[in-house]
Write a protein that binds this ligand. Structure first.
Ligand code: TYM
Length: 340
């Protein structure tokens, strides 16, 4: 079983990223061969500062290791360190429908938000994401709910590629997403109808992984809740439902258990305090380890380089097959195969 996921080196990572993705990355590294990629090529599809990007890659590398990724048990690398991602993206463009890319939610939202330039990269973003996963013939992709549309496109691209070029063979593996049951969509504490996100949330509504306990407690205390006082999940109570899910994940219990535990609470205030405490406790060791890890950039670079070298071995094999079936190059591999 091969597992792949990617994460952008943009902004400061928040509780949504941590619960929806990073925690799953850590558990999945023991379920099979896991590859985790810091997607710097995706980060250049919107306005950015090159020096800050380089720093952000190290920030995120240190954060992921602090959260529990172990370079001895997984491959952790930079997307731009493995040239096969960009190459496969171009090749997959030939089996990707333009109209579908134009209709993707993320493209529509992000292109409206761009003040200067809506780059072609923003449109092709999902094809590069498909290439990330398909280059490794990965079986599973742990992600949060907001990546569902990208995963569906990726699966269609893989199917279309196999139909067009596979000649009955599954040259590319059609991957499955792994979206967690609880915490797949953590909402903004100030506006629980919107997901917590790096680009569109308010600072007050966003809990960062590296926030100090005081900041965490302040943000939860001020969290927007709903009318009534009963602590139960319901569509009419998006604020309370969000806090219940966060508390369930932080305490590693079910949301039903949280509702039962909170049955005798005096009101939403108790829920906010309990959630802030549990989240602080969950994130404190990550913050502490981060400081030490971030200080050693050479070590971080060595980890990324080694991860990329191991990843290239797998991706190069897929690309050789892809080029071969697409009729690119002399077709050495196919000839080899036909030799008895
Ligand atoms: P990115 O960097 O925006 O987010 C990283 C991961 O965090 C999850 N996430 C959330 N989960 C729960 N609640 C939230 N509020 C929340 N916000 C973010 C995301 O679902 C994601 O899993 N396009 C991707 C990166 C990518 C990728 C890939 C992912 C590039 N190539 C290949 C998987 C496979 C992205 O922008 O993630």
């Amino acid at each position: 079983m091969r597992i792949f996921s990617g994460i952008q080196p943009t902004g400061t990572k928040h509780l949504g990223n941590y619960i929806g993705a990073i925690q799953q990355f850590v558990t999945h590294q023991d379920r099979g061969e896991a590859l985790y990629c810091i997607v710097d090529l995706h980060a250049i599809t919107v306005a950015y500062d090159p020096r800050e990007l380089r720093r952000s890659v190290y920030d995120l590398t240190a954060l992921l290791i602090a959260a529990g990724l172990d370079p001895a048990r997984c491959m952790l690398f930079r997307q731009s360190g493995v040239p096969q991602h960009a190459e496969l993206c171009w090749l997959l463009c030939s089996v990707t429908e333009l109209g579908r890319l134009q209709r993707m939610h993320q493209f529509r939202d992000k292109s409206v938000a761009q003040r200067e330039l809506v780059s072609a990269g923003l449109l092709v973003y999902p094809v590069l994401q498909a290439a990330d996963v398909l280059a490794y013939r990965a079986h599973e992709v742990p992600v949060g709910e907001d990546q569902r549309e990208h995963l569906e496109l990726m699966r269609d691209v893989a199917r279309r590629f196999n139909q067009r070029f596979g000649d009955g063979e599954e040259v590319l593996v059609v991957p499955e997403h792994r979206i967690p049951e609880i915490g797949a969509r953590i909402m903004d504490l100030q506006d629980p109808t919107r997901k917590m996100s790096t680009t569109s949330s308010s600072v007050e509504g966003t809990v960062y992984v590296l926030d100090e306990p005081d900041a965490i407690s302040k943000k939860f205390r001020r969290a927007v809740t709903d009318s009534g006082s009963e602590i139960v999940r319901s569509p009419e109570k998006p604020g309370v439902s969000n806090l219940i899910e966060i508390l369930a994940v932080a305490r590693q219990v079910s949301p039903e258990q949280v509702e039962a535990d909170m049955a005798s609470a005096r009101g939403y205030g108790d829920l906010k305090v309990a959630t802030a405490e549990a989240v602080s406790e969950m994130l404190a060791p990550v913050r502490e380890r981060y400081v030490e890890l971030r200080a050693d950039e050479q070590r971080l670079e060595a980890i990324l380089r080694e991860g990329a070298q191991r990843a290239i071995e797998i991706a190069a094999d897929t690309l050789a097959d892809v080029r071969d079936v697409m009729g690119l190059g002399p077709g050495a591999k196919r000839r080899e195969r036909s030799v008895p």
